[in-house]
Ligand binder design. Sequence first.
Ligand SMILES: [Zn+2]
Length: 146
Amino acid sequence: MKEKLPKIYLVLKILGIILFLAGLALLITSFCVDDSFSEMEKSVGFMFGGMVGLMIGIIMMSIGFTPNMQKLMIKTQKHIINENREDLKDIANTQADVSKGAVKTVAGAVKEGMTEEVVEEKMFCKYCGKEIDKDSKFCSYCGKEQ
Ligand SMILES: [Zn+2]
C-alpha cells in the first residue's frame, strides 16, 4: 500500500516556484526601471525584495522537492548497483574470504590457547587450594597427600 505524501510538500513546491520567479522578476526589473523610481526605491523595493523572494523561494523549493530528490537518489543508487553487480559481488566475496580467514586465525588461536591450558596440566590442592602440577602425589606448598 502506497502511503500518500503530505500535502505540505506540494504547497512548498508551488509557493517556492512562485516566490523564486517573483524574486527573479523583481531583480531583473531593478535593472530595467527608469529614473521615475528613486535609488532608494530601486535598491530596497526591487533588489532587496527580489533577493528575499529568491532566497525564500529556493529554501521552500529545496524542501518541497526533497521527496523527489530522494526518489531520484534511490533510483540512481539502484542503477549503479545494477551496473556494477559483478564488481560488488567480487567485493562481497573478497570481504567474506578475508573475514573467513580472520575467523579461522582467531579460532585457531583460541583452540591453541585451550590446548595449551590442557597441556599445562595443572590442578589445585585439595587442602590449601594452591595450583600444583597434575599427577603430583603431594602438594608442593602444604605437603599434604592428594
Ligand atoms: Zn596444599
